[in-house]
Design a protein around this ligand. Structure first.
Ligand SMILES: Cc1cc2nc3c(=O)[nH]c(=O)nc-3n(C[C@H](O)[C@H](O)[C@H](O)COP(=O)(O)O)c2cc1C
Length: 169
């Protein structure tokens, strides 16, 4: 076994650092809580899963303050953030008040929480949840999708910080 494969790399902090080498976009999960208030959670575990049927996935930490609100909700949205939305991303990644201001979101056709100015938005019905260690994997059946028609820079996360995407499309 090479020193790079040391079992110490399986310790949570080291593993988090190793996972952090996978550069990702950043998204906000949006749900209505028990008081019908729109709340959000910053994630980077989003993945596209299936085109037919339309499915996506993401993972929720079991110790999240929003665990009950999200697992009880009858729908959730996934909102892919733009580079201009770091403040919102930071706010929704902090323990504490996860409520959106009324100016920050708009209801989808079925009443989901669509975050204003996001690059793409998916309104989902929970399709399946899978217990997975300290997280729960959510599969969402996408009922409405929206994508920005012009090119805007995405919010990118890599090795514990936000990055600029080099180049232009
Ligand atoms: C870039 C980034 C990505 C994150 N990805 C996830 C994720 O995929 N799943 C998750 O449960 N938490 C994720 N988090 C952490 C939550 O946003 C954060 O722990 C949570 O909001 C803390 O507050 P809470 O305990 O009130 O949920 C991420 C945080 C950041 C900054």
């Amino acid at each position: 076994m090479s020193s790079d494969m040391s079992p110490d790399l399986l310790q949570p902090k080291a593993l988090r650092n190793a996972f952090g080498n996978f550069g990702t976009g950043v998204a906000l999960i949006g749900v209505l809580d028990a008081q019908d208030k729109a709340v959000g959670l910053t994630i980077n575990s989003f993945a596209s899963v299936s085109l037919e049927p339309a499915l996506l996935s993401w993972c929720l930490a079991k110790d999240s303050q929003l665990f009950d609100a999200i697992t009880r909700a009858d729908r959730f949205s996934v909102n892919i953030l733009a580079a201009t939305q770091t403040e919102l991303s930071n706010r929704m990644a902090m323990p504490g008040d996860h409520r959106f201001d009324d100016t920050e979101w708009t209801a989808s056709a079925k009443g989901g929480v669509f975050v204003n100015d996001a690059l793409a938005k998916f309104d989902c019905r929970p399709h399946q949840t899978i217990e997975a260690g300290d997280h729960v994997v959510f599969l969402g059946a996408i009922e409405e999708a929206w994508a920005c028609s012009h090119s805007r820079a995405p919010l990118v996360y890599f090795r514990g910080g936000y990055r600029q995407l080099l180049g232009d499309d």
